[in-house]
Design a protein around this ligand. Structure first.
Ligand code: ATP
Length: 444
């Protein structure tokens, strides 16, 4: 059997639309650039992605979670450096009106040429701030400007003291959050890889200065293990350290976890040593002290921060890319049969089990419906009685359902069903009384 991996994003965009993972936003109006809606399966899967990350973080005894507001005091973004520094250099082509980034466009970096039409009639680069601005309250003047947050991290910094005093955690400890962020990206694209509205999963780990380098290394390892645990092909992952000239203004050291997407190696997650930059800045701008008092050694210090930051949508995309495979077999005449499988980790798969009565006869459907009701108390499951059993299996393979439960004519006699496994296509006969624990074990 030949296995084909995902060859391009278009295949995934089409599967996503056809099966209800991701739709273009406002599609009936022609769509809105780089905005996407998660459909019936996509929204379930996205919750699973978040749950995997959230539990990996907050079930540790040294990390708490928060859920901070998207709108924050405008001074937060002055302190963080975003008002002055969160911008990309933008160039306009005066011939074809294409707008592009000066710092990552190959034709511009090489020959100062437009990437679209090749013209050299270009504007000078202008700094373009990526934050979305809006106004708070009924008066639209400069005093009412607020920003949609471009990252969740600032919510962690401004709540550092609130979290430390309420949890009574001692340093080192971390704060984790999942939430929407907004960036007016100049060149969004590649499906949900780079969008203007997206979700981030960020964790800030506050450590004693001097121990930061060791925790930075530890977090690289912990994050690598996360990807291994959820079944990623390790050859599609790599860690790329930032060179000194690539480091962000706040960072002492940084590494990108990169994934080999169909369009090439690209950042999936950032792990940063942010030093004491953020807390020092917020102390300065707010006038509040953000020092930690270490009781044991009777000393005060501003903690350093190790950050892990991953986009939920980008991780969702990486899961889809990594899981997609086509199993190709040929019959005697050389005619190809292609089985499309999303080999998602069972905890990430949107539907855990499909219940399939072999026929639409009442004696089978009533048992199947009863099984559906019972399993639905615990998991997201689907009931499907339409089409041949082979077609129904294929439909479930394509959306990554780990188990198909078939109710057949024997079920009434032997009180058992057939459970078919997505990857091996192996079938087991399982007693109805054992079904729930069988599925539970398989989902671990
Ligand atoms: P990039 O270089 O890709 O623009 P970044 O280095 O600016 O990303 P960070 O600010 O470190 O990204 O954000 C952390 C994570 O948030 C990224 O690794 C990525 O997974 C996600 N992310 C950032 N910008 C976007 C976006 N526009 N759309 C989707 N996810 C994003």
């Amino acid at each position: 059997m030949e296995i084909r991996r995902l060859k391009d994003l278009a295949t995934l965009v089409s599967l996503s639309k056809r099966r209800g993972f991701v739709f273009q936003s406002s599609e009936i109006y022609g769509g809105l650039g780089s905005c996407w809606d998660y459909g019936p399966l996509g929204s379930l899967m996205k919750l699973n992605v978040k749950k995997a990350w959230w539990t990996a973080m907050t079930r540790r005894k040294d990390i708490c979670g928060i859920d901070a507001a998207i709108l924050m005091h405008p001074t937060v973004w002055k302190a963080s450096g975003h008002v002055d520094g969160f911008s990309d250099p933008l160039v306009d082509c005066k011939e074809c009106k294409t707008r592009f980034r000066a710092d990552n466009t190959e034709s511009y970096l090489k020959d100062k040429k437009c990437p679209n039409c090749g013209s050299k009639n270009l504007s000078e680069p202008r700094q373009f701030n990526l934050m979305f601005k809006t106004h708070m309250g009924p008066v639209e003047d400069t005093g009412s400007v607020v920003y949609l947050r471009p990252e969740t991290a600032q919510g962690h910094f401004v709540n550092f003291m609130n979290c430390q005093t309420t949890t009574r955690y001692k340093i080192p400890f971390g704060i984790a959050a999942i939430g929407k962020s907004f960036r007016n990206e100049i060149t969004p694209g590649n499906f949900i890889f780079r969008t203007r509205e997206f979700e981030q999963m960020e964790m800030q780990f506050f450590v004693k200065p001097g121990s930061d380098e060791s925790y930075f290394d530890q977090w690289k390892e912990i994050r690598q293990q996360f990807y291994v645990k959820y079944g990623f092909n390790v050859e599609n992952l790599r860690m790329e350290p930032h060179g000194p000239t690539e480091l962000a203004h706040y960072a002492k050291a940084a590494v990108d976890v990169q994934y080999k997407f169909p369009m090439g190696w690209s950042e999936l997650e950032g792990i940063h040593n942010r030093s004491d930059f953020d807390l020092t800045q917020h102390a300065k701008f707010s006038g509040k002290t953000l020092e930690y008092f270490d009781e044991a050694n009777k000393e005060k210090f501003v903690p350093y921060v190790i950050e892990t930051a991953v986009g939920c949508d980008r991780l969702f995309l990486a899961f889809m890319c990594d899981a997609y495979r086509e199993e190709v077999t040929k019959d005697d005449k050389g005619v190809e049969d292609v089985r499309v499988v999303l080999g998602l980790h069972p905890q990430i798969a949107p539907i855990k089990a499909a219940i399939l009565p072999l026929s639409k006869k009442e004696e089978l459907t009533s048992v199947a419906e009863k099984i559906r009701e019972e399993l639905a108390q615990e998991w997201d499951v689907q009931y499907d009685e339409a089409g041949s059993i082979g077609k129904r299996y294929r439909r479930q393979d394509e959306i990554g359902t780990p188990f198909c439960i078939t109710v057949d004519f024997e079920t009434a006699n032997d009180q058992s069903v057939t459970v078919r496994h997505r990857d091996s296509m192996k079938q087991d006969r399982v007693a109805l009384s054992q079904l729930e624990s069988y599925i539970r074990n398989g989902l671990k």
